[in-house]
Design a protein around this ligand. Structure first.
Ligand SMILES: Nc1ncnc2c1ncn2[C@@H]1O[C@H](COP(=O)(O)OP(=O)(O)OP(=O)(O)O)[C@@H](O)[C@H]1O
Length: 327
């Protein structure tokens, strides 16, 4: 089996009888080995999409193939090709981490010899070797997420689904999980479909991002493309001595039009193709100008979301009761 099949979604719909069209005709293509970030506020339709792609919920319209198999007609083949760490981790509080691994390995039909070695290898990789013989009851949220990730990898899936893998984690556990997911894609060619409410997560981790809002894809592209669509970065520099302000302004103006910056600072919005921060540094250097606080401000994915939906993603889902109000 080659790792060359990815995910293809066409016009996928899920309608709930008493609810909204949770997923309202989406098209997605995830290339093999790619990390696809599915970004959206609470209730946007992310989990419903993942449930359909992992064969746990039938679509009410459209079609999807995962690893080349149809999610409706070839469920068992899809399930054999994927690993999933979903929001409700099905962990048994009375089993240890290692016992979970062995059980999962047995469920996936690994040979007895291999069960232990595979389990140990994965526990080590997610940093749980020391806690391996403790019951899950005493694990922190982050440890449970990491165990869940290890469990989803036992059978060497070619596609990994992660539904909000870092929600509620502290920054350290979050970045440890990011590293492992990035490593899986980079070193093992695993295709990753990851949902998140965190802009930063999509930005750092995803090769491409789809923004979903009210069941529809509002925007798609690499984080850079999406941000570039919205606006150009700005550069801000504070002259080391105030009398050089005029000359610093002159140099920065070569890169774009001047905008308002922080007090004492000079700022410009960089023209398309005018260069980047390194070019600005070189130009200042060539003039013998010294600056403090030289920084570049990129447009954020939140700016993208705001532009596409008229609302800010940060906290966009908060305070919404969820279903009925969207028609
Ligand atoms: N079983 C269900 N019956 C009725 N409505 C549902 C059901 N499951 C989900 N919904 C509704 O479908 C919409 C999308 O929900 P979904 O859980 O897919 O969103 P989400 O983007 O994953 O949000 P979250 O970040 O909260 O997980 C919501 O309005 C939700 O209330």
């Amino acid at each position: 089996m080659g790792r060359d099949r990815g995910i293809e979604v066409e016009g996928l719909v899920r309608e709930f009888r008493k609810g909204p069209r949770a997923v309202d005709g989406i098209d997605i293509r995830v290339e093999p080995g790619e990390i696809y970030g599915f970004l959206g506020p609470n209730g946007a339709g992310k989990s419903t999409t993942v449930l359909m792609l992992t064969t746990l919920l039938p679509p009410t319209g459209g079609r999807a193939t995962v690893a080349g198999y149809d999610v409706v007609k070839e469920g068992p083949k899809v399930r054999a090709s994927i690993g999933a760490a979903l929001q409700e981790a099905a962990l048994d509080p009375f089993l240890t981490g290692r016992e979970h691994m062995t059980l999962q390995a047995a469920l996936h039909g690994l040979a007895r010899k291999e069960r232990k070695s595979r389990g140990d290898e994965l526990l080590e990789r997610v940093g749980l070797e020391e806690a391996a013989d403790r019951r899950v009851r005493g694990y922190s949220g982050g440890m449970k997420r990491r165990l869940d990730l290890a469990l989803s990898l036992v059978h060497r899936p070619e596609i990994l689904f992660l539904d909000e893998p870092t929600t509620g984690l502290d920054p350290q556990s979050r970045s440890a999980l990011w590293s492992e997911v990035a490593r899986l894609a980079r070193d093992e060619g695993v295709t990753v479909f990851l949902t998140t409410q965190y802009l930063e997560e999509a930005d750092v981790l995803a090769d491409r991002v789809g923004i979903i809002d009210r069941g529809k894809i509002a925007a798609e592209g690499t984080p850079e493309e999406l941000k570039a669509e919205i606006g150009r970065p700005s550069v801000e520099a504070t002259p080391a001595s105030p009398e050089e302000r005029g000359r610093v302004t002159e140099v920065l103006s070569r890169f774009g039009e001047e905008i308002t910056g922080a007090p004492g600072a000079v700022a410009v919005r960089i023209d398309h193709g005018a260069g980047d921060l390194a070019d600005v540094v070189r130009a200042l250097d060539a003039e013998g100008l010294r600056v403090t606080n030289l920084r570049i401000e990129e447009p954020t994915l939140d700016d993208v979301f705001l532009e596409k939906t008229g609302r800010s993603l940060e906290g966009a889902g908060d305070g919404e009761s969820g279903m009925e109000e969207s028609q």
